[in-house]
Design a protein around this ligand. Structure first.
Ligand code: UT7
Length: 329
């Protein structure tokens, strides 16, 4: 069914903290090598927030830039949706901190879909604009994963980085461009594959949870790898089918940036040439909900996307969750 109003991305922003952490730095921290990290993941560097820099600090910078690029003022924003799994606090929401720092006067809430956070949040923003309830929605993905990483665990600490991205979602001025379809999926039966088990109501913080390191991110990497390839492949096929098109019509695929080998496997299954897949995992590592929006921002900045292109965002993450959006640029 055609929506009442089509939603589009009017301005994008990104913010990456300054502090660089290379594979060679990690060699001095845990039993790993640059060679292992590069060949198993494609990652070379990642950026880490300063002590005291929270998810809202990174997110607000991305929002300011997105608003500037959209030529809009904070006072014109009607809703802020923040995707994060590393919020400033359990509550209040990181979205409220961002609303205050921006000086916006509007509704604001967080949502958690782990690495699928941005495509999920974009679908939610799309729904608000399409229904006519709001005309200008800020959709943000922001993470300070470094605060939840066990820096002694080589199986996870080499993979993640901090960063934020934001998009201003507004009504499209024409009928051709904008978000044509979104697709969301989940499978809570596999929640144990990727989680921060401690600190919530299931395992409230205690001496035991701290001693057991339950406040750190835990992942069964090779299991997650297999599901990631399968679900991202399926999500891309589903979202493009919803638009009445095929995988061959995609001009640029912006996938979640977790591991270069995952992206190669997804490309192989979809039979999409690697040149059509935007990759920046080598620079930033996995920034969870910030990954897809920062990749989209970089792709646009580097001139990889032109007007009329069919762009697909796709992600996979803890939950388990997966999501995709098809955007006609
Ligand atoms: O963003 C949300 C989703 N997250 C992902 O999509 C991540 C998905 N998973 C992955 O990217 C990969 O599974 C990893 C990069 C995490 C691991 O790669 P893998 O090829 O699946 O390796 P593995 O876990 O099977 O481990 C292979 C070996 C093990 O040694 P043994 O048991 O074979 O002797 C590990 O102990 O590599 C070892 N290893 C390391 N060695 C050096 C694990 N981490 C490291 C390390 N440096 N940092």
């Amino acid at each position: 069914m055609r929506p009442v109003h089509r939603a589009t991305l009017r301005g994008l922003g990104a913010y990456i903290p300054k502090k660089l952490l290379t594979n060679f730095d990690l060699e001095k921290m845990v039993d790993t090598t640059d060679e292992w990290i590069r060949t198993r993941t494609g990652i070379e560097t990642r950026y880490i927030a300063e002590k005291g820099q929270s998810a809202s600090d990174l997110g607000v910078e991305a929002c300011r830039q997105a608003l500037e690029n959209a030529k809009l003022k904070a006072s014109e924003v009607e809703l802020i949706i923040v995707a994060t799994i590393t919020p400033d606090m359990l509550f209040p929401s990181t979205a409220c901190y961002i609303q205050n720092k921006l000086g916006a006067k509007c509704g604001a809430f967080d949502m958690a879909a782990a690495c699928s956070g941005f495509p999920y949040a974009l679908a939610v923003g799309q729904g608000f604009v399409e229904s006519g309830m709001y005309q200008t929605v800020l959709v943000v993905g922001t993470e300070v994963l470094s605060s939840f990483i066990d820096w002694k665990d080589r199986s996870t600490c080499v993979l993640f980085g901090d960063g934020a991205g934001a998009a201003v979602v507004t009504r499209s001025q024409d009928d051709q461009s904008g978000i044509l379809s979104s697709y969301l999926g989940s499978d809570g039966s596999q929640a144990g594959l990727l989680q921060i088990p401690g600190g919530g109501s299931m395992n409230p913080p205690s001496e035991e949870t701290i001693k057991g390191g339950l406040h750190f991110l835990k992942m069964q990497g090779s299991e997650v790898f297999k599901v990631a390839v399968r679900t991202m492949d399926a999500a891309v096929r589903e979202v493009i089918k919803q638009s009445g098109m095929g995988v061959q019509d995609i001009d640029c695929l912006i996938p979640h940036q977790a591991n270069l080998r995952i992206l190669q496997a997804v490309a192989h299954r979809l039979e999409i040439p690697m040149e059509k897949i935007f990759i920046n995992v080598m620079r930033y590592g996995n920034m969870s909900s910030a990954s897809t929006i920062v990749a989209l921002y970089d792709a646009v900045k580097m001139g990889k996307i032109k007007k009329g292109d069919d762009v697909v965002l796709v992600a996979f993450g803890g939950g388990l969750t997966w999501a995709a959006n098809h955007i006609r640029w």
